[in-house]
Design a protein around this ligand. Structure first.
Ligand SMILES: Nc1ncnc2c1ncn2[C@@H]1O[C@H](COP(=O)(O)OP(=O)(O)OP(=O)(O)O)[C@@H](O)[C@H]1O
Ligand SMILES: O=P(O)(O)OC[C@H]1O[C@H](OP(=O)(O)OP(=O)(O)O)[C@H](O)[C@@H]1O
Ligand SMILES: O=C(O)c1cccnc1
Length: 486
């Protein structure tokens, strides 16, 4: 079995629904789905979209091998063998529109739109959400960490604690998009062209007769990058003095030590003391790296305590998004084909937050030309032309609809880019460096009030009047139908 084959990386119910469509001859009916999330992760003001590269890889190579078909035949007695022939022919032939990786995004707006045969659109839900939910979550967590240490070096150290191997490498990539500088995972480094960096473990020190000897030998072997871990025995009495001895010896050979790493104890106090000792020894260029269960809150505290830390190694808390382990993104049917045209669909729920917004839509970022800042995201049907023409539009709060304003002097950026059209990949994936730069630029588009870490202002995500009216009409029709039955 090939563990990299993702054709069956889906929930069984998707294949059962595909079968039921095939059984009834409706598998070629077209459908439109949208992926979005409902709640701001970590109560952050925004999320950072990531996952598109993996979605592209997945859809480009999505095929059912003979091995997977044999497994399905054996596994489910209801499946007619001719259904397996249909799966054998399976290719993604639909359209996929998506926001670019690195884009700052908000709840309740479409991030991905899939228009395809229901047979195809249904199958891919699980994998598409799997990729989007995890990678967007980690990129967002990384963005929060970046926000508290915008001018420092950030190293991603999470692999050993990640939820398995895929999470480690795709998480490292997500962190890099949001502004981390390097990862400790060498495979992620090679796969995605991320700088791979590292210091050494306590075991290196324990594996020698003395700490000093261990430092000397490590520095001899890796003189150009060496960062020494100084907390194995006693940070200030032994680790830092020994590191200073080695750094001075390196200087006498015309070399420069990179840094020291603190990995336990009071990082604020120790970093201040270590800085002073290094400076007094004439080693102001030796950087201080800190690690040990760090996250944005600890880093913020340490900075407010005056910690002298140049580089932060962040592992567990980032790679597991420990304070919120899932983004909760969903993939919902918004339109289906009937008689050769699309009709909008809605999901009504007992929980008003879970009512979906119907229709074949896109989302525009409305940028005020006078300020250059984003005013709101505006969800409209793809058939609506006023935004595209730059006509005056009304922005109104979707809950308190009387709160509104008109905008005229704006640029509207369609956030959903064509990635696949009729199954053909049109999108040229940017390099990871370009994605990272694009994310950095994105931050300039927003007023800082929307981006701040604590209690951010809520950025408006509004519906066009047409979308709003369509949603209200469908809710009303469903209620009417239920009332008529009772
Ligand atoms: N000055 C500080 N202010 C706030 N938090 C700190 C400070 N110094 C360290 N921390 C954080 O406190 C937590 C616990 O640190 P602690 O000193 O207990 O680690 P430790 O137990 O010494 O190390 P180890 O992981 O080796 O057991 C860590 O998350 C660390 O990042
Ligand atoms: O704390 P994190 O943010 O996850 O960063 C990665 C941690 O991994 C290493 O520790 P190790 O695996 O040796 O375990 P320990 O420090 O918890 O003893 C390193 O020394 C960091 O402390
Ligand atoms: O290079 C390091 O210092 C490192 C790498 C992974 C985990 N902890 C530390």
């Amino acid at each position: 079995m090939n563990v990299h084959d993702l054709a069956l990386h889906t929930d069984k119910y998707q294949i059962n629904m595909m079968y039921a469509h095939w059984f009834h001859g409706t598998e070629n009916n077209r459908a439109v789905f949208e992926a979005f999330f409902r709640k701001r992760p970590f109560k952050n003001g925004f999320a950072v979209f990531a996952g598109l590269q993996r979605i592209v890889d997945y859809l480009s190579s999505l095929r059912f091998s003979e091995e997977t078909l044999a497994y399905l035949a054996e596994q489910e007695e209801n499946y007619d063998p001719k259904f397996l022939d249909a799966l054998r022919e399976f290719r993604f032939t639909g359209d996929l529109y998506c926001v670019k990786e690195g884009t700052i995004v908000f709840p309740n707006e479409p991030l991905i739109r899939v228009e395809a045969r229901i047979f195809e659109a249904q199958l891919i839900e699980t994998a598409v959400l799997n990729f989007m939910n995890y990678q967007t979550l980690i990129a967002t967590k990384a963005a929060r960490i970046k926000q508290v240490a915008p001018d420092d070096i950030l190293l991603e150290f999470g692999t050993r604690r990640a939820q398995e191997a895929d999470a480690a490498v795709w998480g490292a990539r997500s962190a890099y998009i949001a502004g981390f500088h390097a990862t400790s995972n060498v495979r992620a480094g090679m796969l995605f062209d991320i700088p791979a960096k590292g210091t050494h473990a306590h075991s290196w020190v324990q594996d020698h007769d003395s700490e000093l000897e261990s430092f000397e030998r490590f520095a001899e072997a890796l003189p150009n990058t060496v960062t020494l871990l100084v907390d194995t025995y006693d940070t200030l009495k032994s680790g830092v003095p020994n590191a200073i001895k080695v750094a001075k010896h390196m200087e006498s050979q015309g070399k420069r030590m990179g840094g020291i790493r603190l990995d336990s104890g009071d990082l604020a106090y120790l970093s201040k003391q270590a800085r002073q000792m290094l400076d007094e020894a004439g080693l102001p260029y030796v950087k201080i790296v800190a690690s040990n269960d760090l996250d944005e809150h600890t880093i913020l505290h340490l900075k407010s305590e005056g910690a002298r830390i140049d580089t932060w190694g962040v592992g567990t808390q980032l790679i597991t998004a420990s304070d919120q382990p899932s983004l909760g993104g969903v993939y919902k049917l918004v339109a289906r084909e009937q008689g050769g045209a699309y009709i909008p669909t809605i999901k009504i729920s007992g929980n008003p937050e879970k009512i979906t917004t119907p229709g074949f839509k896109t989302v525009y970022r409305i940028i005020n030309r006078a300020t250059g800042k984003a005013e709101a995201d505006y969800i409209a049907l793809t058939t609506e032309t006023d935004v595209r023409n730059g006509d005056r539009i009304k922005l109104f709060d979707p809950v308190h609809t009387y709160i509104h304003k008109f905008v005229t002097d704006y640029e509207a950026q369609d956030l959903l880019q064509p990635i696949f059209v009729n199954g053909e990949l049109l999108y040229e994936l940017p390099t990871l460096g370009q994605i990272r730069d694009y994310h950095e630029e994105q931050k300039q588009l927003f007023w800082p009030e929307y981006l701040r870490l604590l209690n951010p202002e809520l950025y408006p995500v509004d519906l066009s009047q047409e979308v709003w009216d369509m949603k209200m009409r469908l809710i009303h029709e469903h209620h009417q139908a239920t009332d008529d039955k009772n």
